[in-house]
Ligand binder design. Structure first.
Ligand SMILES: Nc1ncnc2c1ncn2[C@@H]1O[C@H](COP(=O)(O)OP(=O)(O)OP(=O)(O)O)[C@@H](O)[C@H]1O
Length: 852
């Protein structure tokens, strides 16, 4: 027996497929194995442990009956040692399973606070809601999810209104074992000070407020906080604020509840149909915890406060976090009688989706606006979440985005979903500096416009005065992950806002600054699951693949020899990658897909696009040309593929696109990978039966690119996506007109790559050369200093120094697409006839326009 188990031990440490060994193993130890899952499927831990426990129980019973106490102990020891080798130091078999553990979905590690969820459990969805509220999702593939309890996640839990004992209680209900003592004490320890201190903005001054005077005394003992305090008459006095009457339960517009209320109000009126009888989904989490989003009933007489210097807010918030008294920022907007109301509501036809409603309920759960972050997948409708929040608060609102394209999109979406008027909404960009009419309104701008302190025009200065001199009810921070960048941090303190909402799909940064958002903005209020939204048809299902393209011997030799940045150019320009790209374009175009090919490297982008005769857009492409290419892509059935540089990573809404091919990317950026995927998640056809969008990353084999590619995929893998590796594209060699097929062509290609200027290998040159995103108005500042250091050493020619290179570069680029069209081979008669007809129609339309 001892020998048999040793051999099985070695086998088991191998892999999931060897589940059969465990099966035998269980039967060796006395349990039946008939109901266990077959070889090759995911391990059913629950079944496994159930079997083990049953075996153990069966032995204990028979041993006790025989009165053989010492035999039983020996058995137990043996059993424990048999299990131990599987889990090594993570053997927590001393945590005894509850009798009905099979119906409970959680495993909790007593050591590292990790929680494992059986995502196949019937109550997994409710358990997920709860776990998202109290912990950080680490990884959420199909069957087993992993979460982690952290101080920040517990802070977030407390800030959405959960109580310490409620958290422990629900965990206990969902867990297969009693919640370990180490975890309960951690939760108690971490949450006891949370929620005691608030940061309040009143009359344009910041106050730290608490109902516990001893807590304020404690904070004032700290030097950073003491130094930030402003000595005033009301400092540390009872800070009695007028106790305004509560205005009834808050109803978020666009929700089913709002719809019901509207229907009730209009019931009986002719022509108005009765409300659809939709019952609210039972929220198990809410019912277990008993958090009903109760309205706050505070006793203002007991509130104590002191004022702090607004220039030191950032430091004070950070210090409070370090002292484990993170400050909650809540805005009692319904009782704010000082800031004028903004008359804005969602249009009656606007209905928000269930996950949008859930995320907003975390923000407005207690009738006030909590500051924090909402994380939704790309294309899931963050904009509408922000707009609904603005329509709930109904005070002046400032929206900050990453580019001027986004500014225009936000403006357009506000007009589309809400009843805001032209006069109430203004934009502040390099080109437009508008103000809203009246006392309250909405301003939409970019981070760089607000953060920039140098070389402001007179108009911009005036506009900034307008923004900084007033109290904003609400600040909306789009793509909030950019805020911790050194140059954007100050926007959060420059603008005085009662509540802040950060929106993002990718709460990740390659530096360690993402945690700073906890004190700069607030806790994460909600994070949706990508796979869930895909399953429900809110975003598209995507098949992801990494295509391995072998390097040709000549390219590989040069790659190994080259030490400079040109290595990157060599793996991007690999002829086999060209061919794979051509093959995939052909294949998907013939399926009726619309394809976007992404390349960060502009040299490669142009080379590919020209060779494959497709239109392209990069930083150097003029605005008119960009619009023309995008229009073609959207409306012309002859243009099914476009090449985009990183200017298209974000802020581009092309729901026609159903396939992405990535030929060059920004090193190991997980965020870029996810944002690019986001371009096809909004695919119009996502609800077609069996529809799949496709995402390919072309990677040159045995180069650094493989390392970066693996790193880039990590975020998406944690969201549950799996990347298939394609090592061979069937039928590629038979493709007619296959590019770079002959050795001569490949050698010609390599010589042009070797002759190229080294700076062509840069990934950022695109944006710097043009200072333009898809609207042509973004500046390099929008992208933060991390990517674009101010001082950079590059090799260059005298022409480049004199600036002439830049000019010729622009000149060539401007007409490049036109030249492509001119050089295009003779088209089939059928097409040329259609082209002539189209040209005639265009001419007619222009003539009609002139006539008007
Ligand atoms: N409740 C809703 N009802 C109908 N359409 C919606 C709803 N919410 C969002 N949409 C639509 O979904 C699309 C994607 O929305 P949006 O652009 O806000 O996504 P996003 O989350 O900001 O994406 P990204 O992060 O990629 O910018 C838009 O066309 C929007 O109109």
């Amino acid at each position: 027996m001892a020998t048999a188990s040793t051999s099985k031990r070695q086998k088991w440490s191998g892999d999931v497929d060897e589940y059969m060994d465990v099966e035998e193993y269980v039967s060796d130890s006395g349990a039946e194995s008939s109901s266990l899952v077959p070889r090759g499927t995911t391990i059913n831990f629950s079944a496994l442990t159930r079997k083990l426990a049953e075996a153990r129980r069966a032995r204990n019973t028979s041993a006790a009956a025989d009165g053989e106490e010492s035999m039983l102990d020996a058995h137990r020891r043996q059993q424990d040692s048999l299990v131990s080798h599987i889990f090594m130091q993570h053997d927590f078999s001393w945590l005894h399973l509850k009798p009905d553990h099979a119906s409970r979905p959680l495993w909790i590690s007593p050591e590292d606070c990790h929680i494992i969820l059986e995502a196949f459990s019937p109550i997994a969805e409710q358990a997920q809601d709860f776990l998202v509220a109290i912990s950080e999702p680490v990884s959420r593939p199909a069957f087993i999810h992993e979460y982690k309890l952290t101080p920040y996640s517990l802070y977030a839990a407390v800030s959405v209104g959960l109580q310490t004992e409620d958290i422990i209680e629900v965990l206990n209900r969902l867990s297969k074992v009693p919640v370990p003592e180490s975890i309960t004490s951690l939760i108690r320890e971490r949450t006891h000070s949370y929620g005691k201190v608030k940061l309040v903005l009143k009359h344009n001054k910041y106050y730290i407020e608490s109902t516990y005077p001893e807590t304020l005394q404690f904070l004032l003992k700290d030097k950073t906080i003491r130094d930030a305090r402003v000595a005033t008459d009301d400092a540390m006095k009872g800070f009695a604020t007028a106790k305004a009457p509560m205005k009834g339960n808050l109803v978020i517009p666009g929700t089913r509840e709002a719809e019901k209320k509207r229907d009730e109000a209009t019931a009986g009126r002719p022509g108005v149909p009765p409300a659809a009888a939709g019952s609210r989904d039972g929220d198990l989490f809410t019912s277990i915890v008993g958090v009903e989003g109760d309205e706050i009933d505070e006793d203002d007489e007991n509130v104590h406060a002191f004022e702090i210097d607004d220039a030191k807010i950032d430091d004070v918030k950070k210090r409070c976090n370090e002292l484990e008294y993170p400050m909650l920022e809540e805005y009692d907007f319904r009782n704010d009688t000082i800031n004028p109301n903004l008359d804005i509501d969602l249009k009656p036809a606007t209905v928000i989706r269930p996950y949008q409603e859930t995320s907003l309920s975390k923000m407005f759960g207690n009738g006030r606006a909590r500051s924090g972050i909402i994380v939704l997948p790309c294309g899931a409708g963050k904009t509408l979440v922000g707009i609904t929040a603005a329509c709930t608060i109904k005070k002046s609102c400032l929206v900050l985005c990453t580019s001027s394209v986004s500014v225009m999109q936000w403006r357009q979406q506000f007009m589309q979903w809400s009843n805001v008027t032209d006069r109430q909404i203004a934009v502040f960009t390099a080109d437009q500096k508008e103000r809203f009419a009246g006392e309250s309104g909405i301003v939409i701008s970019t981070y760089s416009m607000v953060a920039n302190t140098h070389n402001r025009s007179h108009e911009s200065k005036k506009m900034m005065e307008f923004l900084t001199s007033r109290e904003w009810g609400f600040i909306l921070l789009d793509e909030v992950h950019v805020v911790p960048a050194a140059m954007f941090r100050r926007v959060v303190t420059t603008i005085k806002a009662h509540s802040k909402l950060g929106l993002t799909a990718t709460l990740v940064r390659e530096d360690q600054k993402i945690e700073d958002l906890n004190y700069m903005i607030g806790p994460k209020l909600y994070e949706a699951n990508w796979m869930d939204l895909a399953a429900k048809g809110h975003i598209a299902n995507v098949q992801c693949a990494e295509v391995w393209c072998p390097m040709t011997p000549e390219f590989y030799r040069e790659y190994l020899r080259e030490q400079s940045r040109k290595r990157m150019l060599l793996y991007c320009m690999n002829p086999k990658k060209f061919q794979a790209c051509q093959f995939l374009i052909n294949y998907h175009e013939s399926r009726g897909d619309k394809i976007i090919v992404f390349s960060d490297n502009v040299y490669a982008l142009e080379a590919y696009a020209k060779k494959l005769r497709k239109p392209y857009i990069h930083g150097g492409t003029g605005q008119v040309e960009r619009m023309r290419v995008l229009q073609w892509f959207q409306h012309d059935s002859n243009v099914n593929t476009i090449f985009l540089s990183k200017v298209g990573d974000t802020s581009i809404d092309l729901p026609e696109a159903t396939c992405l091919i990535q030929i060059s990317s920004h090193f190991g950026s997980r965020r870029q990978e996810a944002q690019r995927l986001g371009r096809i998640l909004r695919a119009k056809r996502r609800n077609d039966e069996g529809f799949n969008a496709f995402f390919y990353s072309l990677v040159s084999k045995d180069t650094q690119e493989m390392f970066y590619s693996t790193k880039r995929q990590q975020f998406l893998i944690d969201q549950g996506y799996s990347f298939k590796v394609i090592t061979h594209l069937d039928g590629l060699e038979d493709l007619p007109d296959l590019v770079y097929k002959t050795k001569d062509e490949q050698i010609e290609l390599i010589s042009s790559v070797l002759l190229a200027n080294e700076s062509e290998a840069e990934l950022g040159s695109d944006i710097r050369a043009s200072e333009g995103d898809l609207s042509g108005t973004i500046t390099s500042k929008d992208f933060g200093p991390a990517k674009f250091p101010t001082v950079q050493r590059t090799t260059g020619s005298l022409t480049a120094l004199s600036g002439a290179q830049h000019m010729s570069y622009m000149e060539q680029n401007k007409s490049a697409n036109k030249k492509l069209a001119r050089d295009a081979p003779q088209r089939h008669k059928l097409f040329s006839k259609r082209d002539k007809e189209k040209a005639a129609a265009r001419k007619e339309a222009r003539a009609a326009g002139r006539a008007q």
